[in-house]
Write a protein of this length. Structure first.
Length: 148
C-alpha cells in the first residue's frame, strides 16, 4: 500500500467511526425521548404503541439516511471507493444501498469497491445492533403498557 491508500483508509475508518457514533447517539437520544414522552401522553395503550412504532421507524430511517450521506460524501473521492451499478449512481442509490446494509438485507445490485467496503460492514453490524435494541425496547414498552 502506498501513502495515498493509507490516507484513504484513515479517512474511511474515521468517517465510519463518526457515522456509527452519530447513529448510536441518535438512537439512544431518540429512545430516551420516546420513553419520556410516552409516559406523559394520555392515550390508550394501542395508539401509544403505534406512536412508538412509527417513531422508532423514523429513527431508523434517519440513521439510514445518515449512512447514505456518508457513502455519498466518501464516494466523491475515487480513492475512497465507490458503488458499482448498471446505471449512474445518485444520492438515492447511496441511501438505498445504506438501507440494504443497515437491515442486513444485502441484495447485491450495488457493489462497493475500495475502502468504502469497510463502512458497508460496519453499517451492517451497527444496523443489526440498533434494530435489536429497538426490538428489545419495543418489547419492554409493550409489556409495560399492556400491564399498566
Amino acid at each position: 500500500m502506498n501513502d495515498m491508500d493509507y490516507q484513504s483508509l484513515a479517512v474511511v475508518s474515521a468517517s465510519t467511526l463518526a457515522l456509527v457514533v452519530i447513529c448510536v447517539l441518535i438512537h439512544y437520544e431518540g429512545l430516551s425521548q420516546l420513553t419520556t414522552r410516552l409516559k406523559r401522553i394520555r392515550i390508550r395503550p394501542r395508539p401509544r404503541i403505534l406512536v412508538m412504532i412509527f417513531t422508532i421507524l423514523l429513527i431508523h430511517v434517519s440513521e439510514i439516511w445518515i449512512f447514505g450521506l456518508g457513502y455519498f460524501a466518501l464516494a466523491h473521492n475515487p480513492a475512497h471507493g465507490q458503488l458499482l451499478a448498471s446505471h449512474a449512481v445518485g444520492l438515492f442509490d447511496y441511501v438505498y444501498y445504506s438501507a440494504t446494509c443497515y437491515t442486513t438485507l444485502g441484495l447485491g445490485d450495488l457493489t462497493p469497491v475500495g475502502n468504502i467496503r469497510f463502512l458497508t460492514g460496519m453499517e451492517s453490524l451497527a444496523g443489526f445492533v440498533l434494530i435489536g435494541w429497538s426490538v428489545s425496547f419495543t418489547y419492554l414498552e409493550m409489556d409495560r403498557f399492556w400491564r399498566g
